[in-house]
Design a protein around this ligand. Structure first.
Ligand SMILES: [Zn+2]
Ligand SMILES: [Zn+2]
Length: 293
């Protein structure tokens, strides 16, 4: 069976952060490509989407079909859309899957293209743009099955699980796991102890070959960011360990974090996985990196 191809186009959270401090991991906001043959799935339309569009127009300028999944409509997840070149091409078909099951998915994207904000109207885009809903919690996108699950985040967000045969990739950003701990006192008692998470959440990522997950804060930072919608990176490790995940890509890097800061978070998470006795491989998602799953 052929592999799933994954590429990170944007791994930053909250706002783009170009510059020398973020050169290695990248400054573009949330966007990940998952591909199987001609089936192209895109998760989130952050500013990384623009570069993906440039590459698609080079390699597949006509008759492109894109399945675009939006975790939620916060800026860092939609801001690249008006600059997505294939959306301007008549022969492009663009399916938009969002947190709502009707043409409100359009409105999430078109709102930011209102006259005061952007010179091109959504209705003037050339592509055939189709809003799609999840039938229950699962949808077929080209050759691939995608399941969705709700996450704890201001206004709500969705995680997605792509399955192909026995392979699976989960995209789960903007999820405040620390507000879902079964025992919230565990961290004060023993920060190294395993933090148990609800069974439905564990099931959603169970056995994933690759989990791409929000890991925005250090333990220290989280104390002043409770309720902001993002977890301690260390808690994401515990979710991955409980679910028997094979590879964990930490993403949605905080705009205040330099490359060096992210290196330290990755190291801490690798050590935590090892301390739990897990064979989990942990790395920091970096713009431009491709993987086969
Ligand atoms: Zn975000
Ligand atoms: Zn958000």
């Amino acid at each position: 069976m052929s592999d799933l191809f994954v590429r990170f186009w944007g791994v930053r959270g909250s706002i783009p952060t170009p510059g020398p401090r973020t050169r290695r991991y990248g400054g573009n906001t949330s966007c990940v490509e998952v591909r199987l043959g001609d089936t192209l799935l895109v998760f989130d339309a952050g500013t990384g989407l623009r570069e993906l569009g440039v590459q698609l127009q080079r390699t597949r300028p006509k008759d492109l079909t894109v399945h675009l999944f939006l975790s939620h409509p916060h800026w860092d997840h939609i801001q690249g859309f008006p600059f997505f070149g294939p959306a301007y091409v008549d022969s492009t078909t663009l399916y938009v899957y969002g947190p709502r099951g009707d043409d409100k998915n359009y409105q999430l994207l078109s709102g930011q293209m209102a006259n005061a904000y952007f010179p091109v109207r959504f209705s003037d885009l050339g592509a055939n743009i189709v809003a799609r809903s999840f039938a229950g919690t699962q949808v077929k996108a080209g050759e691939l099955n995608v399941k969705c699950f709700g996450q704890k985040h201001p206004g709500g967000s969705m995680g997605f699980r792509v399955e192909h045969g026995d392979k699976s990739v989960v995209f789960a950003t903007d999820s405040e796991l620390d507000q879902q701990l079964l025992d919230p006192t565990v961290i004060a008692r023993d920060p190294d102890a395993m933090r148990a998470l609800p069974e439905d959440l564990v099931q959603a990522v169970k056995g994933a070959d690759l989990l791409i997950a929000d890991a925005q804060y250090t333990d220290l930072e989280y104390g002043t960011k409770v309720g902001w919608g993002h977890p301690r990176a260390t808690t994401v490790v515990d979710l991955a360990v409980q679910a028997g995940v094979r590879q964990l890509a930490l993403t949605h890097h905080d705009p205040m974090h330099s490359d060096r800061d992210i290196d330290l978070i990755v190291l801490e998470c690798q050590e935590r996985a090892a301390a739990h006795g897990a064979e989990l491989e942990v790395f920091g998602a970096r713009e431009g990196v491709t993987l086969k799953v």
